[in-house]
Design a protein around this ligand. Structure first.
Ligand code: UDP
Ligand code: MG
Length: 338
């Protein structure tokens, strides 16, 4: 078992890969000498990422390259890498070098000194990101902290160092809709913040367009809070009180011999109630859709090929295994034995 695994999900990151490989290798050597592995997960890239990754695995014995069968999404690609890595300590990092690998030795020092199981990066600043992204991220993390029972630290990403036992706890969680930074917070143990400045993307552009970001946000919210489901009761209560006032007003107007003029107020009420009902229905739909997804119990990801270390197990047999129930809680794909 290597002392350190570095797990990197990659989606269309061909321009970042050479610099990523170089800087990760240097940081790992500074931290643990040559006792490390780099697990690159190709999440169905449509550019030249996979051939580059496979080449790296062939040239550098520290690199394992995992090719997923299609784009499964950032959090699932990350899960695949975490499942396959073998290190005592695991670093999670993005491929775009927004989180500087050079911080690794310092993070490991913090982990040792504080006897922590998790050292998570907290962004002091985020350069090179649009004001819109910064504002939505800011709002999102504050909303989450109000809505959820778990204390999810503000302004963290997945950039973090984890101990083997924290990782095993994370991998024991079977859910499809994964919000990994929240799931790690849920685990407990000793978790320590590590403040850093987030850099600009090394190359390319964000792989999180608005739609993916919204889905991610909903996964987070529905995964950690049932507060939105209670919205209907609050709104219902407010509307009932409003209707009592309205009835009193109408009774008064009638006895005073006045006819209450209709169309505008009627339309307004119909539209408001209709909109509120649709909104609450949609919220419930978000939960039901996820329930349905979880109930199917499909594997989280399918591995097509592994280059580097696990080559022998990367044959078709492993793909079949990946869909079989394993002894691990959650019945995720069986780990190839290496
Ligand atoms: N990513 C992935 N699959 C996806 C989208 C993104 O593996 O479907 C990877 C991407 O290559 C990067 C990380 O997830 O390593 C974070 O993505 P990105 O940097 O684009 O997100 P941002 O930093 O803009 O939030
Ligand atoms: Mg990024």
């Amino acid at each position: 078992m290597p002392a350190l695994s570095i797990v990197v999900p990659c989606f269309n990151e061909e321009a970042c890969l050479p610099a990523l490989h170089r800087r990760l290798g240097a940081a790992a050597r500074a931290a643990v000498d040559s006792d490390y592995e780099i697990v690159l997960v190709n999440d169905g890239s449509r550019d030249g990422s996979w051939p580059i990754m496979r080449g790296m695995a062939a040239d550098d014995p520290h690199v394992m390259a995992v090719n997923l069968s299609r784009n499964h999404g950032h959090q699932l690609a990350l899960t695949a890498g975490l499942d396959l890595c073998r290190g005592d300590t695991v670093l999670i990092i993005d491929a775009d070098l927004q989180d500087p690998p050079e911080l690794l030795p310092e993070m490991m020092q913090v982990m040792r000194a504080e006897e922590a199981d998790v050292v998570y990066g907290v962004r002091r600043s985020r350069s090179g990101e649009t004001a819109f992204k910064r504002a939505t991220a800011h709002g999102f993390y504050r909303l989450m902290s109000r809505a959820t029972e778990v204390d999810i630290p503000l302004d963290t990403g997945d950039f973090r160092l984890m101990s083997r036992r924290a990782l095993e706890a994370l991998l024991a969680m079977p859910e499809q809709a994964r919000f990994i930074r929240g799931m790690v917070a849920w685990i407990g143990f000793r978790q320590v913040a590590f403040v850093y400045d987030r850099q600009e993307r090394f190359a390319g552009e964000t792989k999180y367009p608005f739609k993916k970001m919204m889905r991610f946000a909903f996964d987070a919210l529905t995964g950690f809070s049932s507060a939105p489901l209670k919205l209907a009761s609050y709104v219902g209560l407010a509307l009932s009180m409003g209707s009592v006032i309205l009835v009193l007003y109408i009774a008064y107007a009638w006895t005073a011999g006045r006819n209450v003029p209709g169309w505008t107020s009627l339309m307004l009420i119909v539209v408001i109630i209709g909109a509120v009902q649709m909104f609450v229905l949609a919220l419930m739909g978000e939960y039901i859709g996820r329930l349905y997804n979880e109930a199917k119990g499909r594997p989280l990801y399918i591995v097509q090929e592994v280059a580097g270390d696990g080559r022998a197990e990367a044959k078709l047999g492993y793909i079949a295994d990946a869909t079989a129930k394993s002894d691990r809680p959650g019945g995720r794909g069986k780990r190839p034995t290496r």
